[in-house]
Design a binder for this molecule. Sequence first.
Ligand code: CLF
Ligand code: SF4
Length: 499
Amino acid sequence: MIIDFKRPKRIGTIEVAGDSAYSACSSGGCHPQSHENLLSESVRQKVATHPCYSEKAHHHFARMHVAVAPACNIQCRYCNRKYDCANESRPGVVSELLHPEQAVKKVLAVAAAIPQLSVLGIAGPGDPLANPERTFETFRLLSERVPDLKLCLSTNGLRLPELIDKIVQYHIDHVTITINTLDPDMGAEIYSWVYWKNRRLRGRQAALALIEAQQEGLEKLVAHEILVKVNSVMIPGINDHHLKEVSQVVKAKGAFLHNIMPLISAPEHGTYYGVIGQRQPTPEELQTLQDSCSGSMAVMRHCRQCRADAVGLLGEDRGAEFALEKIDSIEIDEQAALHRRSEMRQSLLKKLEGQPILYPSPTDQPPMSRPVKMAVATTGGGIINQHFGHAKEFLVYEVSAGAIRLLGHRKTDLYCHGLEACEDHETTLNKTIAMLSDCETILCAKIGWSPWNSLEKAGIMPNGEHTMEPIEEALRVVYQEMEKSGKLMTSLPMMRKLA
Ligand code: CLF
Ligand code: SF4
């Protein structure tokens, strides 16, 4: 089947390789609500324990990255090599660069301490496929020592076509390609250079080489039934209006999931975009784009843009607990650890049985009742279990009479540092209030009087009545209570005006 998405002429029409992830969707334009129903059983099994590919799994299963890949073969204008790969990480130096043997040591220690660990990824700090010896040696060693862990790889895609056989050889079932554009002219604005066939290319020529390799790599991965997630960095004014087309094209080629991430361009990171003052998208802009793309394919909303050496559940970073110097002398019973992970996996899968894997997509139907945004403080496990003052992020859900959907997360500074008096309290609280200004309530395990009063005054009602309850059940109850008390009859701006 040939689909012409009016793409740039130099790329031409697109040969669709097939749609392996969804069992019966050949049109590339299926109704958003049907993504979940179209998942084949084999795909369902592959993603059920992957915290990035399944929204439900991300509350329960952990991933770890090993930072074995220092070099990169391209220069994205949102990346500074002193920091983690911005494709897959928030800026921050990698604490330790590892050799493959050191990576194995670290994985064994983490896998023994965190039985929820299900995925081992290589995502930088450079590009894994620009460091093929170190990357594939790590995968080789790990597939022998921890055969139960899923192997995952994140790449800019430049060397995917030539290294596809290695990916297949080591049973790497999940590959992420960062595709920011299909248009070489736009690509010339995003990439400073691409090192290709022993030459440093610039401008349109550089972007074209990268785009063609990404598209060929995607087709080859799909042909080998490897699940592909496409990451795109949303850069306002550069590629934001184009990412819907990217979504349609990669879906038509058989990608499983699209993860649209906001550009991070803090000036202190020293990236090109940071220095020239390129702005980041707002949460509203990001959500609008994600909603518009979710008509074509499943869209990820729970990405944490994690570090290239991240360890733990998404949203937590336990990497420091497993620094090489700390694990050097640890004795590990690998068989016992394997057994514990297997038991944990069975019990979590039982808990998640029957729950949808993908996000519900927004519908064209008007909502049955006024949707309300609610913020949740959680440390994982799918329950409300975090003190307001200890939260470094809040999950934001949209709740209506017929549906509950996760919209994403909002990062915040820690309100409570455990100090008696902290001058930063008020500034931090004001920042959190501004960040959650579109939410009407915030559910947490506990909250002090002072932040309670400030949040209430700002029109965000704190709620600590659902501690240790499952998130979605609690959200449903809170929504019903709002409905009974007539709060849903008035719009949010009107309610805040009346308050
Ligand atoms: Fe790591 Fe990426 Fe694999 Fe996940 S992360 S290599 S697919 S195991 Fe996940 Fe982190 Fe987002 Fe990446 S939350 S940055 S999407
Ligand atoms: Fe940086 Fe990753 Fe881009 Fe390479 S691919 S320049 S490491 S963001």
